[in-house]
Write a protein that binds this ligand. Structure first.
Ligand code: NAD
Length: 256
């Protein structure tokens, strides 16, 4: 029993962990360091170790899951391997344990880069098609990973929307949603925050500050818990107004 948080040693993961533990909930952290389950989600072997380690720690029964492990840059194939294939293996691999839980819920951490940064539709499709070797070969063309990042997060948001409403998820009683944070103050962004806040109209942040990991944790907590019981397949933006400022009329896109 308990809630698994991948990326539990990082900014948003650690803040979520602290919030749940403050009221006595059991958290099983998964990370490459400082976690109950040490696993590198960039590789098939690491993902298998993650599923086995979590099963051992929780006795095969989970109530909550936060798929949060991620990296912002690096070789494109690594960004794809961690952010997309690692998150996918987490959601798929731990789903059977959630199905045995009490009022189970899962939250994936997407990003407002899905709609605020350019992405390669070909790469998003390749991720969703699921052939890891082929998709990572495409991702490897981006040496910085900066273009791969929004594609991983868009694939994740689409996967959540596609699967949340299916028999394996809500049909099995598991609510699945995603959060899409904007600029959040964490170790991932610490060096770039001032630069991003100086971009002005290119990347406006109307609240005029970076968000806090604790603010994202509060949203994740809502989506995991009983007060979030009507959220299913939602991708919830929390970005200080960036998306609204850049694309005020792009929501909703009603069927024509
Ligand atoms: P962070 O760097 O503080 O934390 C990320 C955690 O993931 C770290 O503890 C790291 O060790 C872990 N991790 C990285 N690679 C891993 C691997 N191969 N296997 C297992 N664990 C691994 O970053 P954060 O800002 O807390 O990011 C958490 C999530 O939120 C990420 O998915 C990120 O893409 C997303 N996000 C962050 C922001 C932001 O502005 N900080 C905005 C939108 C989305």
């Amino acid at each position: 029993m308990g809630t698994v948080i991948t990326g539990s040693a990082g900014g948003i993961g650690a803040a979520t962990r602290a919030r749940l533990e403050e009221r006595g909930e059991r958290v099983i952290g998964v990370d490459v360091r400082d976690a109950e389950v040490i696993a590198d989600l960039s590789s098939a072997a690491g993902r298998e170790a993650m599923v086995a380690g979590v099963a051992h720690a929780c006795g095969g029964v989970l109530d909550g899951l936060v798929a949060g492990a991620g990296i912002a840059g690096g070789p494109g194939e690594l960004v794809g391997a961690v952010n997309w294939f690692g998150a996918l293996a987490t959601l798929e691999g731990l789903r059977p344990m959630l199905a045995r839980g009490t009022a189970p819920a899962a939250v994936a951490i997407s990003s407002n880069s899905t709609t605020c940064q350019p992405h390669s539709a070909e790469l998003v499709d390749a991720f969703l098609a699921g052939d890891e070797e082929a998709a990572l070969a495409l991702a490897a063309r981006d040496a910085t990973g900066i273009g791969v990042y929004p594609a991983t997060k868009l694939a994740l948001a689409r996967w959540v929307r596609r699967h949340a409403v299916q028999s394996d998820w809500i049909g099995a009683g598991i609510r699945l949603n995603a959060v899409a944070p904007g600029l959040i103050h964490t170790p991932m962004t610490a060096d770039g925050i001032d630069f991003v806040l100086s971009l002005g109209d290119t990347y406006p942040v109307p609240v005029d500050r970076a968000g806090l990991a604790s603010e994202v944790a509060a949203l994740i907590d809502l989506l995991l818990g009983a007060d979030g019981g009507f959220f299913c397949g939602s991708v919830v933006l929390m970005d200080g107004g960036t998306e609204a400022a850049l694309r005020p009329d792009d929501w909703p896109l009603a069927p024509s």
